[in-house]
Design a protein around this ligand. Structure first.
Ligand code: S3P
Length: 431
């Protein structure tokens, strides 16, 4: 994909449904009591992986242009072959919980990226609950022999991960008694909101040490129903960042997810001088939805390096490569405590450092983060996506700010989360 520098962003866009919410809504609908209709379902390849895995488990999925209808099966059935989760960590980790608790034996596999990602983090709690799981040294493919009922456990998350939390909560649906996840640092809470929204009570309380306890009582079954999935806030982030940095931009993103566990990126940009307003207009199944208005940032009063606090990392996890690009345009940014970035779809610390350097930025790489100096006028360059959708999109934003044309190699990987990315970008850029 070739990209040229642009003057500004202007217009109004609506985005396909949030990927995290779509995965969960589909899994919930797949084991609910009645048929569900999910409007504005994510168009991402990752969510399609979740749907095809559900179909292999006996769930009926009908796709139309604006919605999908999911007719659950009474009992998930053992699939004829391996469940291919593609590139999607969310599919594999959350589906593993569901499969383990439904007394099924099946194999979960994925592409080269997914089969190199760590799965011990879900194997451990699922085995504590009574499932048997074979893996190759903690990596996929996973052969899961589920059992029913599972044993209810209390599990303290060793890594801040919404996928692991959700895996245990999905498994808890068919455990006997109360399954509790203790979360030392808050992560996205869509599973909690949607379980409650679709008829399964999840109790959340704060513990004296400020960690959160999240419990579900099994066995439990969802009711199913209708939901309009709010636009993807992580996809919105690329547009928000570009409009913040390009002078005289004015952009509205309508009907987008405003769940507070996902909007830390916006709060941070505001604290860096961003002119970003968000207005909540409705909520659907406990998920707040509204519009975001962005205009270009006031010029930063003091161009000092910014520091991203390690405690803020889980709430910013998918936006960190983009924040490194934004920081390069301000007084620089230091990211610490982000080791998890090394085990995403690619090593996102390495990918960010290499691409920033290719564009002429001065960057230091740490084991668990990076420091990029700023402000830096980026050079147009050949950018490598490493097959990672978030790297491709973060550096497409960088390319809009550069001093000449850039090319993103392997840009079609944006389909993994946001196939409409380049088309929507074309609609709002002015050169
Ligand atoms: C997600 C959780 C995060 C995030 C991923 C989606 C989810 O992963 O990076 O893109 O939907 O629960 P981790 O749970 O590994 O932090």
């Amino acid at each position: 994909m070739k990209l040229w520098p642009v003057r500004r962003l202007k217009g109004t866009i609506r985005l396909p449904g949030d990927k995290s919410i779509s995965h969960r809504a589909a899994l919930i609908a797949g084991v609910a009591e009645k048929t569900s209709r999910l409007t504005n379902f994510s168009t991402s390849r990752d969510c399609e992986s979740t749907l095809t895995c559900l179909e292999q488990l006996g769930v009926n999925v009908t796709r139309s242009a604006t919605s999908i209808t999911i007719q659950p099966s009474d009992h998930l059935r053992a699939p004829a072959g391996p469940l291919n989760c593609g590139n999607s960590g969310s599919t594999m980790r959350m589906l593993a919980g569901l499969v383990a608790s439904n007394c099924l034996t099946c194999e979960l596999t994925g592409d080269d990226s997914l089969t190199s990602r760590p799965m011990k983090r879900i194997i451990e709690p699922l085995e504590m609950m009574g499932a048997t799981i074979q893996s190759s040294a903690g990596k996929p493919p996973l052969v899961i022999a589920g059992t029913s009922p599972l044993k209810a456990i209390t599990y303290k998350l060793p890594v801040a991960s919404a996928q692991v939390k959700s895996c245990v909560l999905f498994a808890g649906l068919n455990a006997l008694g109360r399954t509790t996840v203790i979360e030392p640092t808050t992560t996205r809470d869509h599973t909690e909101r949607l379980f409650n929204g679709f008829g399964v009570t999840v109790e959340t309380s704060e513990l004296p040490d400020q960690s959160t306890s999240i419990s579900v009582d099994g066995p439990a079954r969802f009711t199913g129903g209708e939901m309009t999935i709010p636009g993807d806030i992580s996809s919105a982030a690329y547009f928000v960042a570009a409009a913040t940095l390009l002078p005289r931009s004015e952009l509205t993103i309508a009907d987008v997810c405003l769940n507070p566990t996902r909007t830390e990126f916006i709060s941070l940009l505001r604290s860096w001088g961003g002119e970003i307003e968000s207005i909540e207009t409705r909520s659907d199944r406990n998920e707040p939805v509204g519009s975001i208005n962005v205009s270009s940032a006031r010029s930063a009063a003091e161009n000092q390096p910014r520091m991203i606090d390690r405690n803020a990392v889980p709430a910013l996890i998918d936006e960190l490569p983009l924040l490194a690009v934004v920081g390069s345009q301000l007084g620089g940014v230091e990211i610490r405590g982000a080791a998890e970035l090394r085990v995403k779809e690619t090593d996102r610390i390495k990918a960010t450092v290499k691409n920033l350097r290719a564009m002429g930025a001065d960057v230091e790489e740490f084991d668990e983060g990076l420091f990029v100096k700023g402000p830096t006028k980026l050079r147009g360059a050949l950018i490598e996506s490493y097959g990672d959708h978030r790297i491709a999109m973060a550096f497409s934003v960088a390319a809009l700010l550069a001093d000449g044309p850039s090319e993103v190699a392997g840009a079609s990987c944006v389909d993994i989360s946001f196939p409409e990315f380049f088309d929507l970008l074309r609609q709002v850029v002015e050169s």
